[in-house]
Structure formats: C-alpha cells, structure tokens
Design a protein around this ligand. Structure first.
Ligand SMILES: [Zn+2]
Length: 117
C-alpha cells in the first residue's frame, strides 16, 4: 500500500524531529495533500494508526488538508482552481493548461505536541 509507506516516512520524520526537541507525546499531525498526489485519505488514516503504534505519536490524530489542483491560465492571466483532476482546462475560458501551481503537495504542515510537565 502506497499510503502506508508515506505515513511511515511521516512518522519517521516527526518522531526524529520531536526526539531532538525532547517531546514526549504528539497530539496531532497536519498533512497537506494535493489532489494529484494520488493518495486516498482513508488509506492514510488507516496506515497512520499502524505506523504510529509504539511511538510517541501513538493515539495522535492525523488531519488531512486536501488541496485542490490550481493551474495558471495564460489566457486569463490568472490562477484557477479545478474541481477535479480529469480535465486540465481553465474553468473560466476552457483553455487547456499544463501549468500546475498546486495539487502535488504531500507535506507536513504542522505538528501539535504535548509539552512535558
Ligand atoms: Zn482561462
């Protein structure tokens, strides 16, 4: 499963960064996921539970921020948000565009932690 390897790398990144800071418990992780990244949120959530087991992230929440595809349309000279990933045409004028400005993201936006008492 593609998603499991993704969450495993997220868990590795977060646990290593948190260990350096002496964090004992992670409460939640916010992940930015573009529509073109090819991952399914349900599978991410499932993989996250498995991957966090036995780590300082066990029991924490995975928040997925879904980002739509945004293209740049040269005809309109503006950015346009697409409703799906099937057609890369400007929704305003219909011109096809391969100039993708958003949608491939797969990155950690933030990590919420519990400070040691
Ligand atoms: Zn346009």
């Amino acid at each position: 499963m593609h998603e499991l390897s993704i969450v495993q790398s997220v868990v590795t990144t977060v646990t290593e960064a948190m260990a350096e800071r002496g964090v004992v418990r992670v409460q939640s992780v916010r992940l930015r996921v573009g529509a073109l990244s090819g991952v399914v949120e349900g599978a991410l959530q499932f993989g996250y539970e498995i991957a966090t087991e036995g780590t300082i992230m066990e029991g924490s929440r995975l928040e997925v921020v879904a980002l739509p595809v945004v293209i740049y349309c040269g005809t309109c000279s503006s950015l346009a948000e697409l409703e799906g990933v099937q057609s890369f045409r400007c929704p305003t004028c219909g011109t096809p565009s391969g100039d993708i400005r958003q949608g491939r993201e797969l990155e950690i936006e933030s990590v919420e932690i519990e400070e040691a008492a």
